[in-house]
Design a protein around this ligand. Structure first.
Ligand code: WT7
Length: 633
């Protein structure tokens, strides 16, 4: 099992070793796993091309490490506890032995469809145990999973299926989210009909039993597919650097890109970070509230916990259903020891009932985590006092889809927790702060661009089908560095505070949204000439979406036009990308080279019209007064 850091001295020692001898450090961690063949080289380090490889030549299968390896010692321990949408329905417990059997049956079903190593499989699923089973089934046979958050539209799903040419789509009939029952199979049908010719089979889990359309040559019920399938399935022996999964995420330009993670390094890093950041102890119940459609769900609901032999809780529903006490009720019911959620949920629950957690027994909690966006001071203190109650320190964990695992975080009970600070880098992580010219700002009390100087085992390897995009996005800004896209500060004691994105990416309720994507969607409306989208501070969501829209004709009925624009965005991307505010303008501020000057738009959207700075370089400075006068904040 992974070694756990237990004191500040051990942290310092591990950190120093990881910098002086990264290969020795990670080889020691990797050797706690089951390898079919040992690696011949720990690290291939090319941070320029980039070409990073870990545990090169090693052979393994991640599911053998998640499941088979644990059967002798904890076969009858719960691997997954599932809490359904409705509190009065029974929860489901799957032991490691049962989970292995289900994974193997599903793996054999996929094989019966002709799925082979390297094939891509798309997921569009609710938070039910079958999503974990099928993800592991893919990994079992070497198929590459590409999970798409089930809140994206049919268009967005089709785009992702096509980009990676998925052979199978795995979905459910419906998706229960609080009071809603969303017909997800319909969305899949629509997506596949949009030219997704690679799709041979759609595997449908019957979750609610509601009515669905059926394509008999293509669609297969899950229960039919696994009927009679063997509980044994030999794991496909994978190379350390074979692809494990693709996960699409938004960037500052263009369409979402498929971030690629590989088997060996991802395995070592997610387990190491899970054990250390959450200080998981034998028998603990761990709960991460993320959706499996995001990296947090991949690394810290499924892989990290199962690799570590933990019991991981999965929740189907939403924080407010049936009321704002649901999270605390679940913590009490299952005696949750580690709880991991997002600032947006913390703020929403704080707003819904400041004292609501008081009615629940939260004494089992030992560690509480935050992830996805900066946590503001007020929310941090509420979480600390009402939920942590002096027994459970907060871990504010900073990381990204691209990093695969947690990078900067306090270690609970080991390093201190300071409000709004992600604090210290984990062993193996070498962050630095650069100025705009790429000069490293050494010493403390500095602010600038956050970069990482040295590879860690779960760094992204490429962006699917477009390696140049990976290079130019992350490795070209500053030579020999991974550029995160975030701004950060270092305090007098060397703690890091993440300020937020410095590129055209906005973080809405912890969901990453590219402004260019939203603009492209808005521009699909035939009445729109052009648009510009920026983020602005939002009490609950962290950032809201503010859109400036230039129409072809004078807008007579603004509300009607707004509704139409929202409908287009919902259709193109999904409801999560809907602008909160739409301001109609007669022109957008442009530089002489024709670029939209977003700095001005950001200021106006943030209610800072008084400090616009120099606007004299604009091609059309006269538009500024109109923008200010029409501002909707
Ligand atoms: C972006 C990555 C990491 C899983 C969920 C989001 C922001 C993430 C924090 C934090 C401040 C944070 C960053 C980052 N972010 N965690 N603890 N404090 N900001 O993954 O969708 O890839 O988004 O989320 O801006 O770049 P993602």
């Amino acid at each position: 099992m992974t070694l756990q850091i237990k004191s500040i001295e051990q942290y310092q020692e591990a950190y120093d070793k990881s910098v002086e001898d990264p290969e020795g450090f990670w080889a020691e961690q990797a050797s706690t796993f089951l390898w079919r063949k040992k690696w011949h080289t720990v690290l291939k380090n090319d941070f320029i091309t980039p070409d990073v490889q870990w545990f090169v030549g090693g052979k393994m299968n991640i599911t053998e490490n998640c499941l088979d390896r644990h059967i002798a010692t904890r076969g009858d321990q719960d691997a997954i506890i599932w809490e359904p949408n409705e509190p009065d329905e029974p929860s489901v417990h799957l032991t490691y032995r049962e989970l292995l059997a289900e994974v193997n049956k599903c793996a054999n079903a996929l094989k019966s469809f002709g799925v082979k190593k390297g094939d891509r499989i798309c997921f569009y699923m609710p938070m039910i145990p079958q999503v974990a089973i099928a993800i592991l089934a893919c990994a079992r046979i070497g198929a590459i999973h590409s999970v798409v958050f089930a809140g994206f539209s049919a268009n967005a799903l089709a785009e992702r299926i096509k980009d990676s040419q998925c052979k199978v789509v795995i979905c459910s009939d419906y998706n229960r989210r609080g009071p809603k029952n969303i017909p997800v199979k319909d969305v899949v049908d629509e997506a596949v009909s949009m030219g997704c010719d690679s799709v041979e089979k759609v595997l449908v889990f019957q979750s609610t039993g509601g009515k669905v359309m059926w394509e008999p040559n293509r669609d297969v019920w899950w229960h039919d597919a696994i009927k009679g399938m063997s509980k044994e399935c030999a794991p496909e022996i994978m190379d350390s650097e074979d692809m494990l999964f693709i996960l699409y995420t938004s960037g500052s330009t263009g369409k979402p890109k498929g971030v690629v993670h590989t088997c060996g390094g991802y395995m070592v890093y997610t387990s190491y970070t899970f054990m250390n950041v959450f200080q998981y102890q034998e028998g603990d119940i761990y709960w991460c509230t993320a959706d499996v459609g995001w990296i947090t769900g991949h690394s810290y609901i499924i892989y990290g916990p199962l690799l570590s032999g933990a019991t991981t809780l999965m929740f189907e529903g939403v924080p407010g259903h049936p009321d704002a006490g649901r999270f605390w009720h679940i913590c009490e019911k299952h005696r949750v020891n580690q709880f991991y959620t997002a600032p947006t949920a913390i703020r929403a629950l704080m707003a819904a009932g400041y004292n609501a957690p008081n009615s629940y027994d939260l004494s089992s909690l030992k560690v509480i985590g935050s992830v996805g966006e900066p946590i503001n001071e007020e929310a941090w203190h509420w979480y600390d006092e009402k939920v942590g109650r002096g027994n459970a320190p907060i871990v504010d964990t900073w990381w990204q889809t691209e990093t695969g695992g947690i990078m900067i975080t306090p270690l609970p009970g080991i390093t201190d927790s300071k409000p709004c600070f992600a604090s210290y880098p984990l062993p193996g992580i070498q962050p630095c702060i650069l100025d705009a010219n790429g000069i490293e700002l050494t010493g403390n009390e500095v602010e600038g661009l956050l970069c990482i100087k040295f590879p860690w085992p779960s760094i992204l390897r490429t962006t699917y089908g477009d390696h140049e995009r990976c290079r130019s996005n992350y490795f070209a800004a500053f030579p020999n560095m991974y550029f995160t896209g975030d701004g950060a500060k270092r305090d007098t004691d060397g703690r890091y505070r993440i300020i937020g994105r410095v590129d055209d990416v906005i973080n809405v309720s912890g969901h990453r949204i590219g402004t260019a994507e939203v603009e492209d969607a808005i521009d699909q409306h035939s009445g729109v000439v052009e648009s510009a989208v920026v983020g602005y501070p939002h009490d609950i969501k962290g950032q809201g979406i503010y859109a400036y829209v230039k129409a072809h004709h004078e807008v007579i009925d603004e509300d009607h036009f707004r509704r139409e624009i929202l409908a287009v965005v919902t259709k193109e991307i999904g409801p999560i990308a809907k602008p909160d505010i739409i301001q109609f303008v007669s022109q957008l501020p442009k530089t002489r080279s024709g670029k939209i000057m977003r700095r001005i738009l950001r200021k106006i959207a943030s209610g800072e019209s008084d400090s616009l700075g120099d606007t004299s370089t604009l091609l059309n400075p006269e538009c500024v007064e109109e923008l200010k006068a029409g501002a909707l904040v």
